[in-house]
Design a protein around this ligand. Sequence first.
Ligand code: TXA
Ligand code: MG
Length: 316
Amino acid sequence: MSGKNPMELLIPGEGGIARAAEILVGGGLVALPTETVYGLAARADSAEAVAKIYAAKGRPDFNPLIVHVSDRAQAEQLAVFDDRARDLAERFWPGPLTMVLPLREGAPVTRAVTAGLPTIGLRHPSHRVMRAVLEQTGLPLAAPSANRSEEISPTRAEHVTTSLAEDCPAVLDAGASQAGLESTIVALRDNGEWSLLRPGPITKETLVRILGPETQVENAGIEAPGQLARHYSPGKPMRLDAQEVAQDEFCIGFGEMEGDCNLSASGDLNEAAARLYECLHLAASATQPRIAVAPIPDSEVGRAINDRLSRAAGES
Ligand code: TXA
Ligand code: MG
């Protein structure tokens, strides 16, 4: 007997959402669906609650968490918004964009959330269920992806239960995540510069059109510690840009290269993004000892897919 309570499975609907909100307000953890991936949420203003996230994920404490808000007004209590931030919020919120902005003095978030940085990552998610929970708690919620550190991100409730087991006391199951890739992270600095910290569903091309050229930052890796290599690991060797497949390889296909799991038979990059983690989870649990991945075009959301794949392969 581990002594821990079994995981509570909640379904959306008034009862499930109210129960999730109750656990969160009480300082507990709940895995919640978002349009990108499932997040492991805790109230962002409580040191004890946030410490539970780091413990459950086995996440290093220098890696800050994204804070989810229910609207722009709540976001502006936490960070200092300039015109660019307001413009991006206007265009992309609610949705898969995280903005790293200067932390507002006296913001009601515990230090561990920002890992002591003078900035905070904020996102207003669009998922109906996530929004309902945010509104019911009335609190900003810290939520990293609901997987153990370095493992594949969850796009279904079952992925959460497999990865975190009893370390996550409750999960609200709303089916598969729609975008399937974590949010785009953009840092807006107070000197007017900006940079892309993590490619995602909102593409770099789109951001450049709005913000102008990106500033190249030498030490971006330090600024976004979660972007270190060895993330999204399927736990077995994986090679990318495979032109053909060996007998002992599980093939993640794309377009005409069919594979054991196809990201998108029609070659649609958005569909491929939505199916990426699904295929990586299947590849991880397959009997084949190795994984081969078909070439994916490196444009639009394909960049984000290739970013995740090269980390999963331990290449970046
Ligand atoms: O789509 C998403 O963003 C999902 C869902 C649950 O919202 N969340 C997510 O969280 O992907 P996580 O913790 O797996 O990734 C958060 C990333 C990390 O790479 C972290 O280093 C970066 O955001 N981050 C958070 N706050 C930051 C800050 N103040 N400065 C720089 N990077 C930050
Ligand atoms: Mg993650």
